[in-house]
Design a protein around this ligand. Sequence first.
Ligand SMILES: [Zn+2]
Length: 66
Amino acid sequence: MRKCYRCNIKMTEGFDLKVEGGAYGIKISDGKGVFAKRIEKPKVAICPKCGEISLYIENVDRINKQ
Ligand SMILES: [Zn+2]
């Protein structure tokens, strides 16, 4: 569960991050260029009170292993 830094209430999680105007999402990768290892698509959590957004990764375990 994620809490808003400002309001200290539960944020609504699980939104996808998309680039406006395209069907492309964004992803986090380790390294640069075509050889970059894809790590994870970030997810977005939104505070229902103030609109603060927070990016997070669901499978943190995979990153810790690297
Ligand atoms: Zn908030």
